[in-house]
Design a protein around this ligand. Structure first.
Ligand code: TYD
Length: 143
């Protein structure tokens, strides 16, 4: 997976003087079926979340409130995103290491996920993640 496949997705916005509305339909605005939703909230200042990659899981991250930074790493390149709009989602494919920090006070990070929770889908050690990325690239280079 390349860092170029990590993209910001502009979600539909119905602007209204009574308040704006955004909606997300699976397989239309995001390229997977949503099997799980979770969110980070009450994050103390200075906290860091993430610090792992997933073998199969794809995710869309949205700053529902406030802001935070997401640093993504495909094993050779890194990219940083500042998330602060509830109509903008960050698409993270499988095999991308992520760190989330710089949470503003009261921020909420919602995640739409392509799979239900499975601890065996995680790389929690960066060196293991790098080794898996290199193995995959070597396998692909042989074909
Ligand atoms: P983790 O994915 O490491 O959190 P983050 O990436 O936001 O820092 O998950 C933290 C803990 O919560 C870990 O013990 C697993 C558990 N967890 C679930 O039980 N279900 C879930 O859907 C998620 C995302 C985490």
């Amino acid at each position: 997976m390349s860092i170029d496949e990590c993209q910001l997705v502009d979600l539909p916005r119905i602007q209204d003087p009574r308040g704006n509305l955004t909606y997300i339909e699976q397989n239309r605005h995001i390229p997977f079926e949503i099997k799980r939703v979770y969110y980070l909230y009450d994050v103390p200042g200075g906290s860091e979340r993430g610090g792992h990659a997933h073998k199969e899981l794809k995710q869309l991250l949205i700053a529902m409130s406030g802001s935070f930074d997401v640093e993504l790493d495909d094993g050779s390149s890194r990219k940083k995103f500042h998330m602060n709009r509830s109509y903008s989602g960050l698409l993270i494919p499988q095999m991308i290491w992520r760190r989330i920090d710089n949470f503003s006070s009261g921020s909420v990070c919602m995640v739409l996920a392509s799979e239900i929770y499975s601890e065996s889908d995680y790389f929690r050690n960066y060196d293991d993640f790098l080794a898996a990325v290199r193995n995959k690239r070597n396998d692909e280079a042989q074909f």
